[in-house]
Design a protein around this ligand. Structure first.
Ligand code: 13P
Ligand code: SF4
Length: 351
């Protein structure tokens, strides 16, 4: 009992030091107790917890063994020797961990943690595109489900999307499903992009005579599509010395009007390595809280009206239940897993 008390106190101190300006003390105390139970069970059950950068601040700063962006966490999932992987992130991330670790138990704390990008495309859509553009390689953003990955030649994340596209040199490529990420990468790699049109009769190839460099899909992230150039102009008018960072799932106009664009971990590193009077992050709001907690001397401005409902499904309460009840087990049919694995492994090989 006294052990538990001192463990709780230690965890409370650890969280209080980081989060005293971010969340109320009573909540820190409650979450510290949950985190102690999770960390104890995690050891007993030989589990590793992977936490995406968007996790809420108390979870982010207490239970993950590894934190990071999609690419970093995929690498951690590939390396782990623990028997259970608990993915504090969304379903496509947990599925990627399962694709890489068929013999391990992969758990996600909430079955509702989806992703609007992953929902925007089906495996049949990819097959139709491949019929429309025979022989053109398919690059698929990791924010997709396993059956879509299985139809692809290689996956990518926001951390290596441009490198993956460049690895095909001047070949035309299909890049799915994020319209904005594709447009941002097309601009970065100097490629011309077009989008096939959906109709009742199927997909229409816009101009069959033209040689395209990049063929996209009109999927969007429901969070990042909401940021506008007007938001940026308003913030710059109010804080002329602000530095604005935008995730590449934002529109090309928003990215162009920002000072930096990169994966969630690249954004974190940018704030750590620079000194500016104010920063604004155009991405899921919890990440601003997490950066503020670790960089108390830097002022983070927030646009918190836009939240990712899927990432916000993952709580300390559900992570504890996940460990206690071995729930929710992530499965991928073996035939799909084997085909998706090739695309994921190829992604991990590209920096
Ligand atoms: P990162 O790979 O940059 O962490 O992005 C994941 C994501 O879902 C962003 O919305
Ligand atoms: Fe998906 Fe957007 Fe949420 Fe990321 S922020 S998990 S892309 S819905």
């Amino acid at each position: 009992m006294s052990n538990t008390l001192s463990e709780n106190e230690l965890m409370f101190d650890q969280l209080f030091r980081k989060l005293k300006n971010v969340i109320p003390v009573a909540e820190i105390r409650h979450k510290a107790e949950l985190a102690v139970q999770i960390n104890r069970l995690k050891k007993e059950r030989h589990a590793v917890i992977l936490g995406h950068n968007y996790m809420e601040p108390a979870l982010y700063h207490s239970v993950p063994d590894f934190r990071g962006d999609s690419l970093e966490l995929s690498r951690r999932a590939a390396e782990t020797d623990q028997e259970i992987i608990i993915f504090c992130g969304v379903r496509f991330m947990a599925e990627t961990a399962k694709i890489l670790n068929p013999a391990k138990t992969v758990l996600i704390p909430s079955p509702k943690a989806g992703c609007s990008l992953a929902e925007s495309i089906t495996a049949e859509d990819v097959r139709q595109l491949k019929r429309l553009y025979p022989g053109v390689p398919v690059i698929t953003y990791v924010n997709t489900y396993a059956d879509v990955k299985a139809e692809s030649d290689v996956c990518c994340t926001s951390g290596n999307a441009a490198a993956v596209v460049r690895s095909f040199r001047d070949e035309t490529v299909i890049f799915l499903p994020d319209q904005y990420l594709a447009s941002n990468v097309a601009r970065e790699t100097g490629k011309h992009i077009i989008f096939p049109v959906k109709s009742a009769a199927g997909l229409i190839r816009p101009d069959p005579g033209l040689e395209y460099a990049m063929i996209g899909w009109q999927g969007r992230c429901e969070v990042h599509e909401k940021f506008t150039v007007e938001d940026i102009e308003n913030i710059r008018a109010q804080f002329p010395d602000v530095v604005i960072l935008a995730h590449p799932e934002c529109s090309p106009e928003v990215v162009a009007a920002s000072d930096f664009s990169g994966s969630t971990s690249a954004m974190i590193r940018y704030v750590q390595q620079t000194r500016a009077p104010h920063y604004l992050l155009l991405t899921e709001c919890s990440m601003g809280d997490n950066i503020a907690a670790e960089n108390p001397e830097k002022e983070m401005l927030r646009l918190c009206s836009v939240r990712c409902p899927h990432m916000n499904e993952i709580t300390l309460e559900d992570t504890l239940q996940s460990l206690l009840q071995t729930r929710y087990v992530v499965t991928v049919p073996e035939e799909i897993r084997l085909r998706a694995l090739r695309a994921v492994e190829r992604m991990l090989e590209i920096g």
